[in-house]
Design a protein around this ligand. Sequence first.
Ligand code: ADP
Length: 320
Amino acid sequence: MIRKIGILTSGGDAPGMNAAIRSVTRVALNNGIEVVGVRDGYSGLLEKKFEPLTRTSVSDSLSRGGTLLGSARLPEFKEESVQNECMDHMREAGIDALVVIGGDGSYRGAMAMTKKGINCIGLPGTIDNDIPGTDFTIGFDTALQTCVECVDKLRDTSSSHHRCSIVEVMGNHCGDLALYTAISCGAEMVITPETGYDEVEVLERLRYLGEAVHKNHAIVIISEKITDVDMLAKKVSQNTGFSGRATVLGHIQRGGSPTPTDRMLASRMGEKAVDLLIEGIGGQCVGIIDNQITSMPIDEALNRPRTSRKPLYRLFDRLV
Ligand code: ADP
């Protein structure tokens, strides 16, 4: 039987993390389980940054982006001696189970501690949608909304000036944010790790759109870490007949009030995490697959291929 659950947020922050913290806290308290908030990710375990969470500690948090517990990276947490110290601190504080909201790095930490004897459950929190074991992560929908709002605005100004807007979005080696933005905004091109990148082809395609299709503007959505978008914009201006302009959306994508979809997802996932811990299950991560809240062993999730987006790339091609 568990009496006290710890909760922490680790890795990059994402809108909706607060809704997950709130859900874990309220569901646990309503089951007679105490809750301890751990500040600043795994470094809070090392530095004993523990604070009891009550119903009111998580009031007014649903609409706030970021994470009220703070997040951090602690590379030393990969070392067994550091993990052992953290385990001792949790035992001293009476924490007998832990919910970790973060990405696959954070999941590995959760798995290590479960193996050492404290059940941990991982919840996927990132705007990048790059965590295995789930179709969607907490924060992705909010970031998508931000991207769509920005691109819609850029389209208004691009169409007045025979311009090609190249918009770089986040995703950390995952093209979902770019793909969903491109479909939602009716972009002319999408470039992601999944599509691959061939500069000559991109320039040819844009020249074709301008000259043969007589488009007076074009939007290209490109994932981060693919190419220098300012250089690409220069080449577009030199080679295609469009005036190329690059916009890097950057950290604006990480902020903002979470969408209802993210609040719902986080609330449902938080509930599932507590239910698993009550059942005595650890070492699992929660996901949403085909709109069902699911869970699977972290080891299995980390070895699974991500959900294929091939049908959506095909849809994009058919909509252009
Ligand atoms: P994310 O969780 O978003 O993938 P990181 O990869 O930066 O972000 O991981 C967040 C934290 O998780 C790291 O700072 C570290 O404390 C912990 N972590 C990452 N990888 C491991 C690992 N292999 N074993 C144990 N802990 C890890």
